[in-house]
Ligand binder design. Sequence first.
Ligand SMILES: Nc1nc2c(c(=O)[nH]1)N[C@H]1C(S)=C(S)[C@@H](COP(=O)(O)O)O[C@H]1N2
Ligand SMILES: [Mo]
Length: 419
Amino acid sequence: MSRLPESEASYDRQRLHQWLAGRARADGVGRRDLLKLVAAAGLVSAVPAGLAASPAGAADGGIVKPLPPEWFTVHGTNAESRFEAFAGTGFTTPVSRFFVRNHTKTPLLDAAAWKLNIWGDGLTGGAREFTLADLRRCKPVTRTAFVECAGNARNFFKTQQGQAASGTPWTTGAIGTAHWRGARLSDVLRKAGLSDRAVDIMPRGLDDEYVTSNGTNYGRVRRPMPIAKALDDVILAYEMNGGPLPPDHGHPVRLLAPSWVGISSIKWLGDIEVSTVPLYSPWNTDFYRLYGDAYPPEGSAPLTRQTLKSAFELPLNATLSGRTRHRLTGRAWSAEGAITRVEVSTDGGASWRSAQLHDHGQRGSWTRWSTPWKPGRPGPAELLSRATDSTGRTQPETTVFNTQGYLFDAVVRHPVTVS
Ligand SMILES: Nc1nc2c(c(=O)[nH]1)N[C@H]1C(S)=C(S)[C@@H](COP(=O)(O)O)O[C@H]1N2
Ligand SMILES: [Mo]
């Protein structure tokens, strides 16, 4: 049921073979998790020792910017944007309303003292350091793109499909769209002396090590990325919506990987390993694969692109007067293509009509839409929106369950009360 490109699945198998042959690195990946992968791939081999988890530490939540309750719902160390708070904000999401997903807490870093260390056997020379001024000397580019958590809308697995997934119970607000400006990662890697034998990069954040409540220390947030994506459209962003990158969003520099799951866009970037052998971290073995009855025991291939969704700029369980003509507004987005159609149902899915589209949002960003509605009879009602993108894909009625609740793409049934 996975829609991941076959190339990524075979790349992942190759990674595993290389690891078994002692040619791939897996620091900080639980031994049990690699054994699981090995067993599932039907491979028999001795697993190197020394992969045990480190001792536990402590981590508190901590987001720097204000989180007014009319704009955010706080879930532990994370803040979800209220989708209704996007109404009237224009195409991009103001920093003040942009969701925050922190594994630990926002570190306060000094841009003047900051350095990015690029290192590894995938460089022709040795390690290289880049200051912010060095990055600014590269030709700046702007990417208009959403950052969306892979688990966005996870809570609807429970409320609509009766199967709860583990993880932050996001509704649809773990997304925001911004203009991100910075240096092309490809330019910086070339300046660092990229070898044509490099296959993976591993960007890593400067925030605290991630320690779970049961004491497993996963180390600093890091996730490998194939060199093909790194050289394609990824940037080292130092500006968001025309201002310096704010503390909660990665100050002074974050990676920005358009269309890919949010975890690919590593914040508070400290170093990037460039490797001639495939790399693993818990973020491409344990996390960010699809596990569950519909998937193989080792899970799907590591997640790459986000999926297709839409939402109303209206609170869940909003009350609307039955006698007024309302203008229902919302947004739709896809990581695969531009949004070409949004249909709305105000009768629980019995009949549908096309909404008006207000943007030519490209793949990896979103499109605003609206439709008028005069509810009439008082009582409970369900509003549905259903997006289609330029690949011809339409949001389905249900999403095949995965245990960590990633990539929910089904039509959301949005309850309201007509008064
Ligand atoms: N260093 C670091 N980078 C990170 C994270 C993190 O906790 N630490 N969270 C990731 C996840 S899971 C997501 S969804 C996005 C969220 O980006 P935002 O907080 O700017 O909205 O950042 C990603 N980059
Ligand atoms: Mo995420």
